[in-house]
Design a protein around this ligand. Structure first.
Ligand SMILES: [Fe+2]
Ligand SMILES: [Fe+2]
Length: 150
């Protein structure tokens, strides 16, 4: 599998998860655990996904093209999403801050949706063009190897 297809498939799983959280989080959340557990799981899943994109795909793209504005932009998105999720995780112990944690979690999901769209519409097509199919398949094998160790 090409690495770009692997990442699109990971996005699909995350979109379904976002839909679920967006339906549940704004509503009648009564306990911290309702935000805390999905918040912590989402933070680590988003982090691992972003780390694989950077180490396997973005580094390979920049090795080929040099520094590139659109790649810089998606790396910045990763930092922004991670900051938002750290903010969520930092406020999950305090029941009085639960409203803040919920709003920030929903904001992180919104930013992540826009970021995934940017990758699907700009970064991945750029990778197809610059790296070509053979390289994307080779990187896809590395992605599979990394995922199988988790
Ligand atoms: Fe990403
Ligand atoms: Fe992504």
């Amino acid at each position: 599998m090409k690495i770009t297809d692997a990442f699109v498939a990971e996005h699909e799983e995350l979109y379904a998860w976002f839909d679920q959280l967006e339906a549940v989080i704004p509503g009648d959340v009564k306990t911290l655990a309702e935000v805390k557990i999905p918040g912590a799981e989402l933070a680590s899943t988003l982090y691992e996904h972003a780390e694989l994109e950077e180490e396997l795909l973005f580094d390979a793209l920049e090795a080929e093209m040099g520094s590139d504005e659109s790649v810089r932009k998606v790396r910045q998105d990763h930092t922004r999403i991670e900051q938002l999720m750290q903010d969520v995780l930092g406020h999950l112990e305090d029941i009085k801050r639960m409203g803040h944690a919920r709003r920030t979690l929903l904001q992180a999901i919104k930013v992540a949706r826009a970021h995934f769209a940017r990758e699907e519409n700009e970064t991945f097509p750029l990778a197809e063009e610059i790296l070509g199919e053979a390289k994307l398949l080779e990187l896809g094998a590395q992605w599979e190897e990394r995922r199988s160790k988790e």
